[in-house]
Design a protein around this ligand. Structure first.
Ligand SMILES: Cc1ncc(COP(=O)(O)O)c(C=O)c1O
Length: 441
């Protein structure tokens, strides 16, 4: 048993941990997500009574209205609604020019679909490591990742932290590549005042239930390029030719990925709250950053430089060496036992148990080994040892909520480091990384 393994010494702090029967810091629930609000019912009723519930004719009334507003909020001219963010991944890359047999440079610290979408398009993912300083896609690896088959770069604004666009745009311009931003975790975010999504050729968003803007499911491709927008419309709608198309646009893969009018109506209503919720999240996140900086051996990922509006899909706690050396899994479970809904975060996609069937042609790129690397040491370390997530819903709560989180983190840190060195090593060896092995994420 875990407790027996750790606790031969019976340190007092350890006894207090809720994981081992102590009193939890928090027994009342935090705010939940998704959250219904003012105007949602009316929006759904409007779609219901309009009588045309589906996505045909594409774009239907609610989808067109939402797409226009959402694109404008993200400094883009054109927007196309669809059924999922996974489809937005596939359609954004394909519309931006990806062809079978080509390669796409993409970070491993990611949800699985941006990378498996490359394979779905018949391409090969060139999966790069993470920068040890920014904890985002390692932009120093772009040149090493390049080959004569490279079609483009797909970045991912991890947990809402914006990947600085300038080096990517420069690289893409130099080599004539497309740049697609995956914005599924960064709705509403701004970098130097400019909205995410508007930096590259196209952007993919998800409105799945955990996202900052959600209708339960849904996806969106945004762009400032009319030709890309037209291709995306064709892909969403079975290659159907629109009267307003400027050219004949056809893809061999013919699919229906349209969004229902109910989702679009709900999204329009939820969008009216995005900016005010963003302000509350930022205020509470600031408090949490300050609290975390006061706890030894613990930190948090601050917004990146020049990020003028951080999105905070997740608040990322970072574990210092002494805690990471024991076990992120124990820290996580101890924190959850204290009543804090902490999460393990992404399993790097190149070692994710559910991508094994599609990994044959993936190419890895690391600082140590360059293109053709066998492992990606930075992301493997950060993901399995260092990062612990808090979901954004709780950032809409009170100052007292943030204090409870900090109290629990402090308590778990003190409790875990109450274990003596020999036992810590024993614990690290014997604790299963439950999250990592099952990847129920
Ligand atoms: C970065 C990223 N891209 C794409 C997706 C896929 O979105 P969906 O779940 O709507 O298919 C998600 C999340 O689910 C994501 O986090």
């Amino acid at each position: 048993m875990l407790r027996d393994i750790i606790h031969k010494g019976k340190e007092k702090e350890m006894d207090n941990l809720a994981l081992f029967g102590g009193k939890p810091v928090r027994t009342t629930p935090f705010l939940d997500w998704p959250k219904a609000g003012k105007g949602d019912l009316e929006a759904l009723k409007r779609a219901l009574e309009a009588g045309s519930w589906g996505g045909h004719p594409e774009p239907n009334t609610e989808a067109a209205a939402f797409a226009e507003k959402f694109a404008a909020r993200h400094d883009m001219k054109y927007g196309i609604c669809m059924n999922t963010g996974t489809e937005a991944n596939r359609i954004s890359m394909r519309s931006a020019g990806l062809k079978p047999g080509q390669e796409v440079i993409i970070p491993s610290y990611n949800w699985i679909s941006p990378i498996t979408s490359v394979t779905t398009c018949g391409g090969d993912p060139v999966v790069v490591d993470i920068d040890p300083d920014t904890h985002l896609m390692d932009l120093t690896l772009l040149e090493a990742a390049l080959s004569d088959k490279t079609a483009g770069v797909v970045s991912m604004h991890y947990t809402g932290r914006i990947v600085p666009p300038e080096p990517i745009l420069e690289f893409c311009k130099k080599h004539n590549l497309f740049y697609v931003e995956d914005c599924a975790q960064a709705h509403g975010g701004r970098w130097k005042g400019k909205a995410v999504g508007s930096f590259g050729d196209a952007a993919a968003f998800s409105f799945q239930a955990s996202k900052i803007l959600t209708a339960g499911e849904g996806g969106f491709v945004g762009t400032n390029n009319l030709e890309i927008a037209n291709r995306a419309h064709a892909m969403v709608d079975n290659n159907r030719q629109k009267p307003w198309f400027t050219e004949e646009i056809r893809f061999p893969e013919v699919t229906n990925s349209r969004m229902s009018e109910f989702l679009a109506a709900l999204l329009s209503s939820q969008l009216t709250r995005l900016d005010e919720e963003q302000v509350i999240r930022q205020k509470n996140a600031r408090l949490l950053h300050d609290f975390m900086s006061e706890i030894p051996d613990v930190g948090s990922l601050e917004p990146v430089q020049d990020e003028t509006t951080p999105a905070y899909w997740k608040f990322v706690i970072t574990l210092g060496e002494p805690l990471a050396g024991i076990s992120k899994d124990v820290f996580l479970r101890a924190l959850m036992a204290e009543g804090i809904p902490a999460e393990p975060g992404h399993v790097p996609v190149h070692i994710h148990p559910r991508t094994t069937l599609s990994r044959d042609n993936w190419i890895l790129v690391s600082r140590q080994e360059g293109r053709g690397a066998k492992s990606l040491p930075v992301v493997e370390h950060l993901a399995t040892r260092v990062h612990v997530w808090l979901p954004h819903g709780i950032l809409l709560g009170s100052e007292k909520d943030m204090e409870d989180i900090a109290t629990a983190v402090r308590k778990v840190r003190d409790g875990m480091l109450g274990v003596n060195n020999k036992e810590s090593t024993e614990l690290a060896k014997t604790t299963r990384q439950v999250w990592y092995e099952s990847a129920e994420v």
